[in-house]
Design a protein. Structure first.
Lengths: 496, 318
């Protein structure tokens, strides 16, 4: 279906791809693995016609392909579902599916009724039933993903490229997505599937290609490789255990944070939990279960609508971020780009951001001290950058995440909340972040980690709290904290 | 099962039309209570007639705002086209048609130029059109420092003529508005205007003809300004270099009142037309109250700030 031969592509300062060859067969699901910066994005943008390669040849469907625009690639049957969906939230499902290729009647007028009908049919072929009139912004992320895939089918897609489709969905939604992808494959569509999660590659891919530093490491039948082999291909070295050992010693008897029947902004109801110093507690559940809202509520970024929070023995019925910070709490948000980092500022400014008082002397910021602090943190967390003055926008996702974690770790004395701390972070950086988390908790912080990645939850957490539809459905500890038990609590009573 | 959702969606989609209608009714009630002349046929027609210029400009402005942009050159373009119209016709009935056609073409061309600059320089339309506005004002003053030329009596028919008892200009504006509304709903380019405004980057990645969309909306805005310029000359009998000054801000008010999102992607021209009527009503009411023109300007400015703040509040709660 698709053959790439010795493809190279460079950008000012970086050689993103060096002579990569890849073959995707008709009707196969082909996994594409690699750490961040391995060249996956560049490769799929070339396939999608968004970039033209500097060198190398590409053939598609038996003919040489040199596409000048995404539009042209799409006309030939290549469709890419990017991580950030290319959807129009205010337009309807039907309009989104047919955008740019609106169906018209014989007077050249847009035929809304036929568009709605055919949109429903396309979605039905994927096994989804959605109201074609609903505006896409009101749909769940998983349904939005289906709208994207349905859009690909409009153009009689031959090659569907999915860029980390499971980064935004969880649990049962992933299972459903995989079913639908198999359905597409069986109808003859080739799929390139990009993921950070190895277990998914084993679950759905027929073959897998690993990239590293812009070079091809190898392509294998999935049946012929194991997890360890893939990891070592990705990182180029054997990675010991990804997760640091759990804490052996008993945690403090008295909770540092506890909630009494806490309700938040209609999204979280009647939540009573306790966090103790020195433990890592995972908050598991589906996307939309209210986990992020609970975190934002604890930190005062969403209003508390009922119940109370106790921190360090003080009881509060309302919270604000300023008060939470004053109580020694920290929050690393899910979306580091828009809610955490000041992308245009340098590492030093980002690290000292919320604690400027410390480096202010006679109303002026002491740049030298700021840089000294930054240098110390860069060493401590092994942040890869050129120095305190590096703009964070130029750094990789994993290192950005370390910057933000170090920012909070410095001022955090009681509770540190991390929302999806390893999303979009490569395997190497993940291990680093896990190590940092364990160090912080050993130093006496209570850590609350929200995660949709079950391996991470099981690997890191001393205790797992599961939420569903805004409520706590259970708590698991030690041997009981298995992926199956967590999924069970996260999905029970849910119409299957 | 489907009906409630459909009803809810209809209300949601038309909530803004609902809002502007309620405001119109409210102003009418106040007006009716204040003076019994308010509901006289003459006054109603007056309000309808006085909305024409604002309606025309705002319809064009709606399109640029729907794409997430804005056209701040409208005021100067109105001034320029009105000066050129009366200056070039200069009382000669034989020149009316060719000059009117040329002026409409010029307006469109200026709009296309705006779009071209936005696309090729990748500068925000705010800056491009603001700069274009300054250039056009300069050109206008170069052409005429004060009222210039004159138009034949027949030309004023555009403003004062009646068709079936209704003012011609205002009725042309309504017909034009309906045509644009149908274009937005039933032609692919119309739908794509919404898509570009909803998410510009997504539109690019979806391979939508973004260039064509922008050229069309700014061209259309320029065309509307030229039409408003012609209308104003018909009304005043002469073109003046500062005729359009207030329209830059004023053209945005009916768009917002009519429920078009300032961030793009949502709204439409019917709401804008109602918004223009609302402004016309408020001005009419202020006239009855003997409030000076200067305060009307202040009132309009307050209305737009208030309208935008209401919109922001709604977004936050959604």
């Amino acid at each position: 279906m698709l053959t790439l031969k010795s493809i190279s592509k460079g950008f000012p300062g970086v050689q993103a791809l060096k002579g990569v060859s890849l073959e995707v067969k008709p009707g196969e699901i082909h996994g594409l693995l690699g750490e961040n910066g391995a060249g996956k994005s560049t490769l799929i943008k070339i396939v999608a016609g968004a970039y033209t390669p500097d060198q190398g040849e590409m053939t598609f469907d038996g003919a040489p392909a040199r596409w000048s625009s995404p539009r042209e690639a799409k006309r030939h049957g290549v469709h890419v579902v990017y991580q950030e969906f290319v959807l129009f939230p205010q337009l309807s499902v039907a309009e989104n599916i047919f955008v740019g290729h609106e169906l018209r009647n014989r007077f050249g007028i847009v035929d809304h009724a036929r568009m709605r009908r055919e949109a429903s049919q396309l979605l039905q072929r994927l096994g989804v039933s959605l109201d074609p009139r609903a505006s896409v912004g009101t749909l769940s992320v998983a349904d939005q993903q289906m709208v994207e895939i349905a859009r690909a089918m409009v153009h009689r897609v031959k090659l569907l490229v999915l860029d980390e489709p499971t980064a935004v969905i969880a649990g049962q939604e992933v299972t459903l997505l995989f079913d639908r992808l198999r359905r597409l494959r069986d109808s003859g569509v080739s799929v390139i599937f990009i993921s950070h999660r190895l277990e998914e590659v084993f679950a759905i891919c027929d073959r897998v290609t690993v990239l590293k530093d812009g070079e091809l490491v190898g392509t294998h039948d999935v049946a012929g490789v194991n997890r360890e082999r893939l990891i070592s291909m990705m990182v180029g070295r054997e990675l010991g255990d990804l997760f640091p050992p759990k804490r052996a010693a008993a945690v403090a008897p008295r909770p540092v944070l506890r909630t009494e029947n806490l309700s938040i902004a209609g999204r979280v109801r009647d939540v009573s939990i306790e966090l103790r110093s020195g433990e890592i507690v995972a908050l598991a559940g589906m996307v939309g279960a209210g986990r992020t809202e609970l975190a934002l509520g604890l930190f005062g970024a969403l209003p508390i609508s009922g119940g109370a929070v106790q921190v360090d023995g003080h009881r509060f019925t309302s919270m604000s971020p300023a008060r939470a910070i004053g109580l020694g709490m920290g929050l690393v948000t899910e979306d580091r780009k828009s809610q955490g980092l000041a992308m245009q500022l340098d590492v030093a400014a980002n690290i000292t951001g919320p604690a400027l008082g410390e480096i202010t002397k006679r109303l002026l910021i002491d740049k030298r001290q700021e840089a000294a602090i930054a240098r110390r943190e860069i060493d401590r967390y092994r942040i890869a950058c050129r120095g305190p003055q590096t703009p964070v926008a130029t750094m990789s996702g994993g290192n950005q995440q370390k910057v933000i974690v170090s920012r909070w770790a410095r001022i955090c004395r009681t509770v540190l909340i991390l929302d999806e701390p390893t999303r979009g972070v490569d395997v190497g950086a993940k291990a680093e972040i896990y190590r940092i988390m364990r160090e912080l908790s050993d130093a006496g912080l209570a850590i609350l980690m929200i995660s949709s990645e079950l391996t991470e939850v099981v690997g890191m957490a001393d205790r797992v709290i599961v939420m569903r539809e805004g409520r706590i459905t259970g708590e698991l500890q030690g041997q009981d904290a298995t992926e199956e038990n967590i999924m069970h609590l996260a999905t029970t009573e849910r119409a299957a | 099962m489907i009906a409630p959702a459909a009803v809810r969606r209809w209300i949601q989609n038309n909530a803004s039309l609902f809002g502007v209608t309620v405001l119109i009714v409210a102003v009418c009630v106040v007006g009716g209570l204040m003076t019994d002349r308010f509901f006289s046929f003459g006054n109603i027609v007056n309000v309808y007639e006085q909305s024409t210029d604002l309606a025309l400009v705002s319809i064009g402005q709606t399109l640029t705002i729907l794409t997430g942009g804005i056209d701040l050159s409208v005021g100067s373009l109105i001034s320029l086209t009105s000066c050129l119209t009366s200056g070039l016709i200069n009382g000669d009935p034989g020149r009316v048609i060719p000059v009117a056609a040329a002026v409409l073409a010029l307006g469109t061309l200026v709009g296309v130029l705006n779009a071209g600059l936005v696309i090729s320089l990748r500068v925000h339309p705010l800056i491009v059109t603001l700069g274009m506005g300054a250039i056009l004002q300069g050109v206008t003053l170069f052409y005429a420092m004060g009222p210039v030329g004159k138009v034949p009596r027949d030309f004023t028919f555009l403003a004062y003529g009646r068709i079936a008892g209704l003012p011609l200009g205002a009725t042309i504006a309504v017909v034009f508005c309906v045509l644009v509304a149908m274009f937005l709903r039933y032609l692919p380019l119309g739908r794509q205007i919404y898509a570009v405004g909803d998410d510009d980057n997504a539109a690019r990645l979806a391979g939508l003809p973004r260039t064509r969309v922008l050229i069309f909306v700014y061209g259309c805005s320029g065309f509307c300004c030229a039409a408003a310029g012609l209308y104003l000359v018909a009304r005043f009998g002469v073109g003046q270099p500062y005729t359009g000054v207030n329209y830059t801000l004023a053209s945005i008010t009916p768009v917002i009142l009519g429920g078009t999102a300032l961030s793009g992607g949502r709204g439409g021209v019917i709401g804008t037309l109602l918004g223009a009527y609302l402004i016309s009503l408020v001005n009419n009411l202020l006239n009855f109250m003997d409030v000076s023109k200067h305060y009307q300007l202040v009132a309009q400015a307050l209305i737009i700030i208030l309208a935008v703040s209401v919109y922001v509040e709604r977004r936050r709660m959604a």
